[in-house]
Ligand binder design. Structure first.
Ligand SMILES: [Zn+2]
Length: 326
């Protein structure tokens, strides 16, 4: 499957946030260990599990982000070899200098992150026409932090260790600033891309639903009339989607249609359900789906009661009644 640009940006913002948390936590513990004269082997013991843990933790919670990010890297295939060389040098050169200036390695990492992200941003904007502002933020904040730290080092008697600590914190701040750009992109964007990532696999649904719910909601099955939990139910409350919890029907719109399936004359909100033409069984019917998770709910017909004359004929197995306490 291919992700939208919005979804790819969301993936990067999430990834940047995980780096910010990982680097921020590791750098702080690193500093603490240094203050207490911890043995050298303690530093990789701090950094490696924390960085791997945060990044993998975010990946588990937002599965699909690595795939979405990978999709963006395939864009750079279109770049000319000169452009590839420029970004390659921007990313790699500061890192290759680390063995030569090992006392300043945090500065060099900061410089690499600054130049790498800024150059990638500029070329992506020029060649692919997409402006990944969050990446520019990471690059520019890194580049801006560098002279500030150097200035602090020159004008105050601060130990080299403290300066390195400031450089590492700047990396966390730069990625945190880039990652939080997701909030600037707005609620609509957030919901849209969340839905794109939130798509569960068949296996996920099989685990969450009973076999009957799975058959109805995912395989568009129909339960036997007069057999479901709610066809004759007269309790007050809101019927939610059994798969995702979206509110679908209010008990006030439920009526006895005599069909043996729960019947309603209107959904809670029109945008909470979706309609699709269904040509199965030699009939043309209008299928009703949950607009949030695409679960099959039932069908809608034009022989319902006033005021809408609609009959939403819904499977009990697709619903969950949340009773109203009065
Ligand atoms: Zn749903």
């Amino acid at each position: 499957m291919s992700y939208s640009i919005g979804a790819i940006r969301r993936a990067f913002c999430i990834f940047f946030t995980s780096i910010a948390i990982g680097v921020g936590t590791s750098a702080s513990l690193n500093e603490l260990a240094f203050q207490y004269n911890a043995p050298t082997y303690i530093y990789p013991v701090i950094w490696i599990p924390i960085m791997a843990g945060t990044i993998l933790g975010f990946k588990l919670k937002h599965h699909g982000i690595f795939k979405a990010m990978g999709q963006r890297f395939t864009q750079s295939v279109k770049w000319s070899s000169g452009m590839k060389a420029i970004t390659g040098i921007c990313w790699a050169l500061p890192f290759t200098l680390i063995p030569l200036f090992s006392d300043y390695y945090s500065y060099l990492i900061l410089l690499g992150i600054g130049l790498g992200n800024t150059s990638t941003y500029l070329i992506t904007r020029k060649v692919n026409g997409t402006s990944f502002t969050e990446q520019m933020i990471v690059g520019l904040v890194s580049l801006a932090a560098l002279p500030i730290i150097i200035f602090i080092g020159l004008s105050h008697s601060v130990s080299n260790d403290t300066l390195q600590f400031l450089a590492r914190l700047s990396i966390a701040v730069a990625y945190g600033a880039g990652g939080s750009y997701i909030f600037q992109l707005g609620n609509q964007f957030y919901r849209m891309t969340k839905k794109e990532f939130g798509k569960r696999t068949e296996e996920d649904w099989k685990k969450q639903l009973t076999p009957e719910q799975y058959e109805v909601c995912m395989k568009k099955g129909t339960e036997t009339p007069f057999s479901g939990e709610y066809w004759n139910c007269k309790e007050k409350g809101i019927y939610q989607c059994v798969c995702c919890g979206q509110e679908l029907f209010h008990s006030d719109t439920k009526y006895d249609s005599g069909t043996g399936w729960p019947s309603f004359w209107a959904p809670v909100k029109q945008e909470n359900v979706k309609h699709e033409k269904d040509y199965n069984y030699g009939m043309i019917r209008v299928e009703v789906l949950c607009s949030k998770c695409d679960a099959h709910l039932g069908h809608v017909f034009d022989d319902g009661p006033e005021p809408t004359n609609k009959r939403y004929c819904i499977n009990s197995a697709a619903l969950k009644l949340v009773k109203k306490n009065e």
